[in-house]
Structure formats: structure tokens, C-alpha cells
Write a protein that binds this ligand. Structure first.
Ligand SMILES: O[C@H]1[C@H](O)[C@@H](O)[C@H](O)[C@@H](O)[C@@H]1O
Ligand SMILES: [Fe+2]
Ligand SMILES: [Fe+2]
Length: 301
């Protein structure tokens, strides 16, 4: 990895390809009843060993993610002047991080990337773009790394939600939003807030974290991945939308199409989490070939 010293030029938007949505059978995928801690997946109330840390995480996230904060982060990280490295180098960096927001997994993040990608590959052998999406969807968690400003966990992981409009009840630990300054701001605390009906998610400011950052990185480095892949990367933590059906009034038609793929993806992202480790060296050549197909050798981060 080389840390960039000069401010690089911003590349213009990558070309986003459309994909037909045909829902290939995925009957083979076994959705486990319980996670590795013997409780239901995404059970934020269950008394598991991760409960208190996860709750504290959401308290910090909900009080600090404001319109002002998100704008500041987008501007700073949109410069992509933190590092230059390949996609695989970034996967390896994630070896050292555990996600504090996750009630279902306490393994290093590289395990989760490979578990997700391999589970998708099994059921969708021909959709290589989706395998690669699985591998890279959480790479934005590199924001936790010292070279990237070592952002606190609340600014990197956890479910995401729009800022600039009322916080929906379906957000995990919704109660903590009471202490968010935007919650008392009449410009921001109505159903539509600063947005209009059907404005499209592209026009919505999402809480800042690994989703939006990785979307920027992929797009600005001109990936040839299809638009569904970019949508998955950008909104995979937006559980209030893709699981709870909240905030749908902000979507446009294109979002509706892409959401179908996100829902497929989510099953693998969530339920592949386990203590069974993937043999990195064995699968590495396959993923390197996909990275070469869809990305330049070196990316600006
Ligand atoms: O705790 C999880 C985290 O592990 C994921 O990477 C993120 O996408 C989720 O939405 C979040 O809640
Ligand atoms: Fe994620
Ligand atoms: Fe994930």
C-alpha cells in the first residue's frame, strides 16, 4: 500500500451497466435458525455476550450522525487521497478489524467477505459480478485504519439511515435518536425533511460509513461492475429500507429494480456469518481474476 501524498484528480463517474433481474433459484442456500452465539440473527434485545457493546455502539452512532457530519465526511473522503492500493490489499487490511456493531459475528472482517462471496458463488455460479460484490461490499471498513483517519466505529459500521428527514421507528435502537441534534430541527424532523417524494436514493444523504465510502471508491475508480452491484455496496446496511420497508417514499423506479438484487444479496451477507473459516489461499486466485476483470490494478482510496 502506498499512501498518496498529492491530491489526485477526481475521475468522472464510472459507466454503470444495467442487468436484467432474473431471480435464479437459490433453493440450495440453507438459512440457519441461529447465529454462532446461539441466538436469532439481528436480535438486538437478546442477552448475548455482544449485546452491551452493540447497544453502546448504536447510542454513539445515533447521536453523532447528522446532516452536517455527513456532508463533511463526503467532502473529505470524496477526495480519495488517503491511499493507493489494490482491492486485494484492502481485503488483507481488514484482517485486523472486528465490527463492534454486529451482534452476529466477532471474526476478522476478511472472513466475512470470503464467507459472503463463497456462499453467493455456490448458488449463483454464473453471476461473477455478484461474487465480487460479496467480496468487496464491506471494504469501506478500512476507514477504521490509521491511514484513513482511524474513524471511530460509529462513523464506519452499523445499519445506515437517511439524515435530513425524520428517523424512522424501524431503525435499530431508535430511542437513541432523541439525543441527535437534527431530531429537534424542524427542517430535518418531518417525514420528507429536505427531500421530495420519489426523489431517488441517489439524492439522499445517508449516514456516513463503509457503504457510501466504498461506493465512491468503486465508482470513481471506474469499476465496470453493473449498477446493481454499486447499489448493493451503497445500501446494503440500509436495513430499515430493504428489510423493514421504511423510507420507500424516497425511492425512484431505478431504485426499485436494484432493490431486488439487494434483497438477494442480503440473505448471503447476513446468514453466511459463521465460525467456519474459508481457506484464503485456496480461493484467492479466483477472486484475483475477478478483481482484474472489473477494477484497475491500483485504486485511489
Ligand atoms: O453490524 C452490521 C455490519 O456488520 C454490517 O457490515 C453492516 O452492513 C450492517 O448493516 C451492520 O448493522
Ligand atoms: Fe456492511
Ligand atoms: Fe457484510
Amino acid at each position: 500500500m502506498t499512501i498518496a501524498k498529492e491530491k489526485p484528480q477526481l475521475a468522472s463517474g464510472a459507466e454503470e451497466k444495467k442487468l436484467p433481474v432474473e431471480l435464479v433459484s437459490n433453493a440450495g442456500f440453507h438459512v440457519p435458525d441461529n447465529n454462532a452465539f446461539a441466538i436469532l440473527f439481528r436480535d438486538y434485545e437478546a442477552n448475548s455476550e455482544r449485546k452491551d457493546a452493540v447497544e453502546e455502539f448504536y447510542w454513539k452512532q445515533h447521536i453523532n450522525q447528522t446532516v452536517e457530519f455527513v456532508k463533511k465526511m463526503r467532502e473529505e473522503y470524496g477526495k480519495l487521497n488517503k491511499a493507493e492500493m489494490s482491492v486485494w490489499e484492502c481485503c488483507e487490511l481488514l484482517n485486523e478489524f472486528v465490527d463492534e456493531s454486529d451482534p452476529d459475528l466477532d471474526e476478522p472482517q476478511i472472513e466475512h467477505l470470503l464467507q459472503t462471496a463463497e456462499a453467493i458463488r455456490k448458488d449463483y455460479p454464473n453471476e461473477d459480478w455478484l461474487h465480487l460484490t460479496g467480496l468487496i461490499h464491506d471494504l469501506g471498513k478500512v476507514l477504521l485504519h490509521p491511514s484513513f483517519g482511524q474513524l471511530p466505529q460509529w462513523a464506519v459500521v452499523g445499519d445506515t439511515f437517511p439524515v435530513g428527514c425524520a428517523f424512522d421507528k424501524s431503525n435499530v435502537h431508535h430511542k437513541f435518536f432523541q439525543e441527535n441534534p437534527d431530531n429537534d430541527n424542524p427542517k430535518y424532523n418531518t417525514k420528507h425533511g429536505i427531500y421530495s417524494e420519489g426523489c431517488g436514493l441517489d439524492n439522499v444523504l445517508m449516514s456516513w460509513g463503509h457503504d457510501d465510502y466504498m461506493y465512491m471508491v468503486a465508482k470513481e475508480n471506474k469499476t465496470t461492475l453493473p449498477s446493481a452491484a454499486l447499489f448493493i455496496i451503497r445500501y446494503h446496511s440500509f436495513y430499515p429500507l430493504h428489510r423493514e420497508e421504511a423510507y420507500k417514499h424516497l425511492m425512484n423506479e431505478e431504485d426499485e429494480e436494484n432493490l431486488k438484487w439487494l434483497r438477494i444479496f442480503n440473505k448471503y451477507d447476513l446468514y453466511s456469518k459463521s465460525k467456519v473459516r474459508i481457506d484464503v489461499e485456496k480461493v484467492k486466485p479466483y477472486y484475483l481474476s475477478l478483481i482484474q476483470k472489473y477494477f484497475p490494478a491500483n485504486l485511489r482510496w
